[in-house]
Write a protein that binds this ligand. Structure first.
Ligand SMILES: [Zn+2]
Length: 96
């Protein structure tokens, strides 16, 4: 793969999509919710809100696991093209 940002040609790194801190935040709010509000809601027999809050971090985590993006191993840019594409070949020729 050829990097459009720094011109590195080589094997890209795999990176999870999204951000770890968003995932963490969603799990923390789920935990806080579970401890406080769900007790009240469960006593009232209403599970809808609990389910809604529980699905947010779960789906975000799953989305991160399955949606991996390839990034440049040198600068971390996701703007990668095939090293054999005419643009990459031309850019490397200009550089050399
Ligand atoms: Zn790069």
């Amino acid at each position: 793969m050829y990097c459009n940002e720094c011109g590195t040609a080589g094997d890209p790194k795999e990176k999870s999509a999204g951000h770890f801190w968003i995932e963490l935040l969603l799990w923390i709010q789920l935990l806080l919710w579970a401890v406080t509000a769900s007790i009240v809601l469960t006593l009232r027999g209403d599970f809808t809100a609990t389910l809604l809050v529980a699905t947010a971090p779960l789906s975000y985590s799953l989305w991160r696991v399955f949606r991996k993006t390839k990034v440049c191993s040198h600068c971390g840019s996701s703007s990668l093209i095939s090293a054999r594409s005419p643009v990459a070949v031309l850019a490397q020729r200009v550089r050399d």
